[in-house]
Design a protein around this ligand. Sequence first.
Ligand SMILES: Cc1cc2nc3c(=O)[nH]c(=O)nc-3n(C[C@H](O)[C@H](O)[C@H](O)COP(=O)(O)OP(=O)(O)OC[C@H]3O[C@@H](n4cnc5c(N)ncnc54)[C@H](O)[C@@H]3O)c2cc1C
Length: 376
Amino acid sequence: MKKIAIIGGGISGLYFANLLNNEKDFEYKIFEKKDNYNFLEGYGIQLSVNSIKLLNNIGFKNLPASEVSFPSKVNFIQANNSKKICDIDLTQFNDSLNRYTTLKRSTLLKFLFQNIPQEKIKFNSNITKVDNSNGIRISFGDNKNEEFDYLIISDGIFSKTRSLIFNESIYPKYNLNVALRGKLNGDYGCDISIYMGSNSHYVIYPLNQNNEYNFVAIIKKKLSSDKLQNHDLFKSEEFIASLVSGLQKTSQISSKNLSELKSFPVHVSSEFPSLNKKNIFLSGDALFTFPPSFAQGASQSIETANDIFKSIFSGTNEFYQKRIRSISSINNKSKLNHFTFHLSNPINIFIRNKILKYLSKNKKFLENYLGKIYRS
Ligand SMILES: Cc1cc2nc3c(=O)[nH]c(=O)nc-3n(C[C@H](O)[C@H](O)[C@H](O)COP(=O)(O)OP(=O)(O)OC[C@H]3O[C@@H](n4cnc5c(N)ncnc54)[C@H](O)[C@@H]3O)c2cc1C
């Protein structure tokens, strides 16, 4: 029996554990830093068909339809006058069983968590050392040690475990943008709407069938390193109010329907860690964190976990290595989206809108830009 340690019980770690549930030759343990999950959190997540296909293999399709939404279009809207420029039909990438889906992040985590036997997840974990000179030996804050055959590092963007193992200082960088997240009450339709402003954009989409909507804005903001370290700043009502009023100057967003607003700086990866440690795999944001302008972070986390599973099973690194190529391509597309959504010069905006109108209906372009990722 081979032993697998999964560090971090987020989307990627929990998905990987679900894959192992039916495997008799492997046993696993998840080490999670938090003391529990908050299944009441209302923020949203978009999942494209590439990850829905993998999730459906482990029973996601049995979730009650009222807890998810199936948007059929992405609308592109100019934020300053709320005029729709064009839309992309998402159903062209769906098939009869797998559809582009939006839902609460907590609904996804609850689904992934429900099949994990209680004894296989250890909350409040504090990993202090990983020795991989001869097998994999993990040391914990309470002076206990445990040995494993494989290690899956899925402890998110600021992965401490990655720093413990890889000597290179691969630290995500602030990408000069702040994210503002919240819930919107009202009726904003059943599709995804991207409002493109000046140096900012925001996205609205349904979280379920109960008229609850996710709001997420990405706003350009230069911040000193002192401010970036100051966690209280991002929680302060004053800072959040300043972000909302900044958005209102270039868009028609109304703050009265917004609730549960939270802000945080956006950090992204700029390079890959080396993938040369035997039986040690990085997954999800610990491997690579994208700018959030393609809504692919979670979907890619699930795909990577699936490729790690196939690699371990087949005894080669092949699937995992191949993933790097698609991650690089998605990273470039995320950066291009971000640039396009944030234009501020009226001439550039005019040209962008013309190009968007044309490309949004061009089958060849859509297949190349989205289809390749969504149908991977
Ligand atoms: C504003 C914004 C919007 C986004 N929207 C989307 C979207 O619509 N669609 C999409 O696909 N992606 C989206 N993403 C990206 C997505 O959220 C992430 O890519 C995804 O959550 C990564 O999953 P993960 O499992 O790697 O990490 P996480 O989900 O962050 O999980 C990491 C887990 O590790 C635990 N942990 C941390 N440190 C330790 C430690 N030392 N020891 C043990 N456990 C530890 C954490 O508590 C957590 O449970 C968005 C990101 C941002 C910033």
